[in-house]
Ligand binder design. Structure first.
Ligand SMILES: [Zn+2]
Length: 173
């Protein structure tokens, strides 16, 4: 970390605290050369592990792009998509691991998308869960209907996410 005043290439951390959004760390630093102080903000990185094992940084834009296709022709606004992506990010960050398998990101999308638009949800789920027959749709639609009748309790969807085969991630330390 270069000093922004004298360009000295080292600095001493004198204080560290989490930022309000919980997704970044703020550090107060002091330059040992000129003695001036400055702050840095570091994003806590969240990596998505793809099926082939490659780690890519989590990106809300990628979530939005993935969902946008399923929302084509539906009454879903850009604002809705942005909110959905924020919910997805919150969910995956709660898993308390810095590395998330990509299928967990997909699972985290299903719940909020279902709340947003059922047709888009069915489209997304059919691709994501690779529906193979009409009966797969029927089961899913039946589930949507029964869920609607009982209550709009969202704990149903989050419980579903939790049970869908979470694979343990071993992080290299
Ligand atoms: Zn300096």
């Amino acid at each position: 970390m270069h000093c922004p005043y004298c360009r000295h290439d080292d600095s001493k951390v004198i204080d560290t605290r989490g930022a309000d959004d919980g997704n970044s760390i703020r550090r107060r630093r002091e330059c040992p050369e000129c003695g001036r102080r400055f702050s840095t903000v570091e994003a806590i990185s969240l990596a998505v592990i793809k099926r082939n094992g490659v780690a890519v940084p989590f990106s809300r834009d990628k979530v939005i792009n993935g969902v946008r296709r399923a929302c084509k022709g539906r009454p879903v606004t850009e604002d809705d998509l942005a909110k959905l992506a924020a919910r997805v990010e919150d969910t995956v960050r709660q898993s308390a691991s810095a590395e998330i398998p990509s299928n967990e990101v997909g699972l985290a999308i299903l719940g909020p998308l279902r709340d947003l638009d059922e047709v888009a949800y069915l489209r997304f789920a059919s691709v994501y869960r690779s529906f193979e027959s009409v009966s797969d749709f029927e089961i899913e639609i039946e589930d949507l209907r029964s869920n609607k009748c009982s209550s709009s309790d969202t704990s149903h969807t989050s419980a579903k996410i939790g049970t869908s085969g979470r694979t343990p991630v071993t992080s290299p330390t």
